[in-house]
Write a protein that binds this ligand. Sequence first.
Ligand SMILES: NC(=O)c1ccc[n+]([C@@H]2O[C@H](COP(=O)([O-])OP(=O)(O)OC[C@H]3O[C@@H](n4cnc5c(N)ncnc54)[C@H](OP(=O)(O)O)[C@@H]3O)[C@@H](O)[C@H]2O)c1
Length: 218
Amino acid sequence: MALPPVAVLGGTGQHGRGLACRLARAGYPVVVGSRDPLRAVRVVDEWREPCPIATASILEAVQRAAVVVLAIPFDAVDPTLRSVSPCFAHEALVVDVTVPLTFVGGVAGLARVAEGSAAEHVKARVPAHVRVAATFKTVPARLLHAADSPLDCDEFVCGDSSSARTDASALITAVSGLRAVDVGPLSRAQAIEHLTLLAVAINRRHHVHDARFRIVGL
Ligand SMILES: NC(=O)c1ccc[n+]([C@@H]2O[C@H](COP(=O)([O-])OP(=O)(O)OC[C@H]3O[C@@H](n4cnc5c(N)ncnc54)[C@H](OP(=O)(O)O)[C@@H]3O)[C@@H](O)[C@H]2O)c1
């Protein structure tokens, strides 16, 4: 069966780039959605990726995709979703990778989100027919960039339906060295986002860059 087309909004950024390249290498048709599509062409060209990665405006990328990865800063979620909401394909899957991290006085924290988590915040801002899953929140962007090295870790996934979790898990499994760990409903995203904060703290305390998670006993 053909793999669904994936739009990576913010694919020109740190985290989105790794996701776009890894998914393209796994055979997904990938389009990077950018506020500045001309700059995105230049950025993607510089990657010299062996697999084709298209570029488009945010709106066009969403229109073309069955899966939309939100790889933009959390602060940019509201205006971005407001502008693309009417463009989602029926039953499209939004994969939220955002983490509302804050750095105040050099100390990392999580912004308070009224809905409980960034993923639930996203769910409240997409049309009812759009499915939402949260994942790729704890895998370090730096490692995703190194497209040839296996990541050798688990990636948690939660979602608003079993189909959302299944489709998001397929993306995770397509990335070499990642194992998908389904943790249930979208409300678990809060716990996942706290794990990202924990990974940031571990990196700082132990002077490393790529702390990540592996569940034993599964
Ligand atoms: N970095 C990590 O290790 C990591 C790990 C887990 C999760 N995350 C999450 O992944 C998301 C992206 O992280 P990142 O480090 O890749 O961020 P980033 O590099 O700062 O930004 C990613 C892209 O988002 C777009 N963007 C930036 N500001 C925007 C705005 N105000 N409105 C709309 N689009 C904007 C830009 O693309 P265009 O200019 O092309 O539109 C940019 O290249 C964040 O929510 C972060 O919490 C990151």
